[in-house]
Design a binder for this molecule. Structure first.
Ligand code: ATP
Ligand code: MG
Ligand code: MG
Ligand code: MG
Length: 562
């Protein structure tokens, strides 16, 4: 490609772009904004995006996933069937057609694919199936930010698997997990797979893939000693060094590794009667009531109990749980939550409690408007605190550190969350109807591009990893008006292309300084400069990443390329 012709408008400065990747993608002429969270990929940016996409496609195909392409417009009936027309909330873009029929503009495709499969597959003999697509997704994000990191229109790879049994799902999940590791390694990211919260997707068992970068919106917990890593929303930690020592003298802490505890032991430990534990507790956190439940027939992990002690609470009261307060022991001690999450839970819990109070007459009058000290002993309530650097790893007792991460992918075991409500069934080997067991697996393709830039740049611009660089070689003729230089460069351009290299040829009649500045912004891995030494048969070979430069005889330059 001749640079004279390319649309890659570089900028020396940009205004309001807050993250490095946003700045550098704008400055290098890779993307332009159309509206908040909505971008055009210019030719260089599109080449990078396309290369990431191709790597994703190769690795999906390798594990036997089949590519298809589903519609972007989803009839609202499907989303009502799954319950997500309401649950998804304001992130869902919607529209009406001329007949006043409503549609969701696809943010994700569980409904559409479940609808497809319930119509097409009716026997276990056709399972398992893994299907995927690479497609633009639409989410009306509250705070679109940082260029491609959080767009309202963005490119995602979404895959869905369908199984006759749990083992088959586990197998696909593992294969997908390994494929994700290969993908993120191949595109040059420094990342960690972390245990995650299943959020609004439903289902149990999920990992997020996090690119480590300060620009990340997620905080992840990483153990320095073992391979434990988790999203902080989900992490179990034991508290800080000091409180761990205090706990160590406690009879509960005679064992080194986390152990399961019965409800009676927890009751003893907390000095709270089982009857109360079994029912529920409400803590006041920042003047907000937080509902805490311990399931009566359930063993409790003592790590969680310690979090419980720290006043770090717990899980949402679903309908079943709320019924539980009225006498039936259901509910559980959940993972550590962050303040924001707890606030949401508290709102929901109070709402549900209020609804329930009208219906149930056996409730403990102290379930609402509970006060620390009056209804519970103060030391049970403890201080609410976030996980901190230096807390103790729940797996090995090592020390955890906190890092910022960008969620570049997520794998989910959905189970029958969608097939149940959407009545998507097949006949098993015994001729019995069963709901499909499902998994879903996403990768933020455009977000990955930004993440790569967050991790691969210097003061002068982007430093693309070779595997996804827009071009591999940047050939620069310093002075196109000089006949010798122009001829050497033209000949080299032809030769490089014949040898199969993707070459961007700066044949512009610009000053050398402008050319080099643009080249740094573009971040192409190898630069060949044809300058004043062309007369002696020498060109300069320079690596963008290391900055290492050497003069090479022009006839040897192709042999020297990395
Ligand atoms: P986040 O927590 O960042 O909002 P998510 O959990 O809502 O992401 P998923 O539903 O898991 O996202 O979608 C799969 C992948 O799509 C994510 O792992 C992420 O890489 C990407 N993604 C999600 N939302 C966006 C967005 N607004 N812009 C760019 N990529 C996104
Ligand atoms: Mg989201
Ligand atoms: Mg997320
Ligand atoms: Mg996610």
């Amino acid at each position: 490609m001749r640079q004279k012709n390319i649309l890659a408008p570089t900028l020396r400065t940009v205004g309001e772009a807050e993250t490095i990747s946003h700045q550098l993608l704008l400055r290098g002429g890779f993307i332009r904004q159309l509206a908040a969270g909505i971008y055009t990929y210019l030719p260089l940016g599109y080449r990078v995006l396309h290369k990431v996409e191709e790597i994703v496609r190769e690795e999906m195909d390798k594990i036997g996933a089949q590519e298809l392409l589903m519609p972007i417009l989803h009839p609202s009936e499907l989303w009502k069937e799954s319950g997500r027309w309401e649950i998804y909330g304001p992130d869902l873009f919607t529209m009406r057609d001329r007949h006043d029929r409503t549609f969701a503009i696809g943010p994700t495709h569980e409904e559409v694919i479940t609808d497809l499969l319930r119509g097409e597959i009716n026997t276990y003999k056709k399972l398992p199936l893994i299907l995927y697509q690479i497609q633009t997704k639409f989410r009306d994000e509250k705070r679109p930010r940082s260029g491609l990191l959080r767009g309202r229109e963005f490119l995602m790879k979404d895959a869905y698997s369908f199984h006759a049994d749990r083992d088959s799902l586990d197998e696909a999940y593992k294969k997908m997990y390994q494929a994700y590791i290969r993908i993120f390694t191949r595109i040059g990211l420094n990342f960690r797979a972390v245990e995650a919260d299943s959020g609004s997707m439903g289902g149990k068992g999920t990992h997020e893939f996090m690119a480590l970068a300060d620009a990340g919106e997620d905080t992840i917990v990483i153990c320095e000693t073992c391979d434990y890593s988790a999203n902080v929303e989900m992490a179990e930690v034991v508290g800080d060094q000091k409180s761990a020592e205090q706990v160590a003298v406690d009879p509960m802490e005679k064992v080194d590794t986390p152990q399961k505890r019965t409800i009676e032991e927890v009751s003893q430990f907390l000095d709270v009667p089982v009857s109360r534990l079994v029912k529920s507790m409400i803590f006041m956190v920042d003047q907000e009531p937080v509902l805490v439940m311990v399931r009566g027939d359930h063993e409790v992990n003592d790590v969680k109990v310690k979090n419980f002690l720290n006043g770090v609470v717990c899980e949402l009261a679903d309908e079943e749980t709320v019924k539980g307060i009225a006498g039936v022991p259901v509910g559980f001690v959940g993972p550590v939550g962050l303040k924001k999450r707890i606030k949401i839970l508290a709102d929901q819990a109070v709402m549900q409690l209020n609804e329930m109070v009208t219906g149930a007459n056996e409730i403990d009058k102290h379930l609402l408007h509970v006060q620390a000290g009056r209804d519970f002993e103060a030391d049970v309530i403890g201080d609410f605190r976030n996980i901190e650097e230096g807390d103790i790893c729940p797996r090995c007792g090592g020390v955890i550190s906190l890092r910022r991460g960008i969620e570049i992918g997520q794998v989910f075991k959905l189970g029958t969350r969608y097939s149940d409500v959407m009545n998507a069934r097949f006949l098993d080997a015994n001729g019995k109807e069963q709901p499909f067991i499902m998994g879903c697996y996403g990768i933020g393709v455009s977000r990955a591009v930004s993440s790569i830039v967050e991790q691969n740049h210097d003061d002068n611009g982007i430093v693309w990893p070779v595997s996804i660089a827009p071009y591999t070689v940047h050939l620069i003729a310093v002075n196109m008006k000089n006949k010798e230089q122009a001829e050497t460069a033209e000949a080299l351009y032809a030769e490089l292309q014949t040898a199969g290299y993707e070459v961007l040829f700066d044949d512009r009649k610009e000053r050398a300084g402008v050319k080099f500045k643009d080249a740094d912004l573009f971040g192409i891995p190898v630069r060949i400069t044809v300058g004043s030494k062309a007369g002696d048969g020498l060109v300069e070979l320079k690596l963008r990443r290391s900055g290492k430069a050497q003069d090479v005889p022009v006839e040897h330059v192709i042999g020297e390329l990395p």
